[in-house]
Design a protein around this ligand. Sequence first.
Ligand SMILES: [Zn+2]
Length: 185
Amino acid sequence: MALVLAIAASPVMGQEHRQLGAHEHGVGKLNIAFDSGQIFMEMSAPGADIVGFEHAPESARDRATVNDAVARLAQPLDLFALSEDAGCSVAQAKARFVTKENKEHDSHDVTGEKEISAAGHAEFHAEYSFTCSDFTAFDQIVFTYFTVFPKARELDIQLISEKGAWHAEISREAPVLDLRGRTQR
Ligand SMILES: [Zn+2]
């Protein structure tokens, strides 16, 4: 229970302090917490998976591509199909593109700025919360995310609920997460 609250209270903290560049292209990360009829999610996905590039948007076309991706990521029910009978609605949704250029450089980093950005990775970060009327009817999530973003291959998922914490890997080939009996005691 303490862990659920910790995740719920600071959805951004983990993302802010995580090193960019640790990701594997094709593989996004998603944390999900179920707590008293609410669901909290935080996702990070490589730029490669979402828009096909990881540099700061330079051209008008890049900017339009990034803006379109952010808008799509801000519509979580188009990415994650939640059990209809659970009656879930979006309480909050936000997404942004994070590149090396808008991160503070590590003090141990002695390479030049240009080199860092050329070799750097970039990610989309998103946070969501949902309110559900009936958690007992919550039995699965279908990841339409893979249809919306054809370059994404996998989501590495950490889940936590009153039932405990567990890990799941969801792939494009099998985009369904079975949650029967897992969301609450
Ligand atoms: Zn990358």
